[in-house]
Ligand binder design. Sequence first.
Ligand code: SF4
Length: 215
Amino acid sequence: MHTDEILKTLEACYPDAAPALHFGSPYELLVAVILSAQCTDERVNKVTAELFKEHNTPERMLALSQEGLERYIFSCGFYHNKAAHILSASRDILEKFGGEVPSSREELMTLAGVGRKTANVVYAVAFGGDAIAVDTHVFRVANRLGLAVGKTPEEVEKGLCAAIPQPMWSRAHHLLIFHGRRVCHSQRPDCEHCAAAPLCAYYTGGKSPAAPAAD
Ligand code: SF4
């Protein structure tokens, strides 16, 4: 296993790897991450730029009706479910946590509409915790490289956490996302221009760089 070498190679390729969602508080990040499911970060940033002008706290969000929130977030897709999740989580934050987004992963996961991936992102990015959120890019790239092989995001998260030193977890998450977005694409991975190709299990194994679908 070339875990260290792979991470060093990706670090050299993507020194700029960083969260792309715009946010000014843990609450804003939580809302942005919920909106980002099946949607580009660019689109989410456009939507939240308007939404957060007036509705950037749980109280202010709950001042919107389900329909009122849907009008803001319509272009993110799955707007009905996303609006319901944002309002439920906002209610939980107010009623169970005194209006502050909880800072532990376990408490984050108790919020209505907040799954493991969303909790991991907020825990790592807003609170500086060590976590690897496995989204579709992390899932695909980790499987292809052989960093962690698994059929579910939970299996891949477990494998990555075992293979990578804990202080590197959050950084590895961003590096794998960038590699997935820029080179190791879902349909046509650009193996010919991939700096990690000599270390890649699929590439060196001569296999098709297909990987199980995630999400
Ligand atoms: S060699 Fe190909 S499949 Fe492997 S990480 Fe690079 S782009 Fe992805």
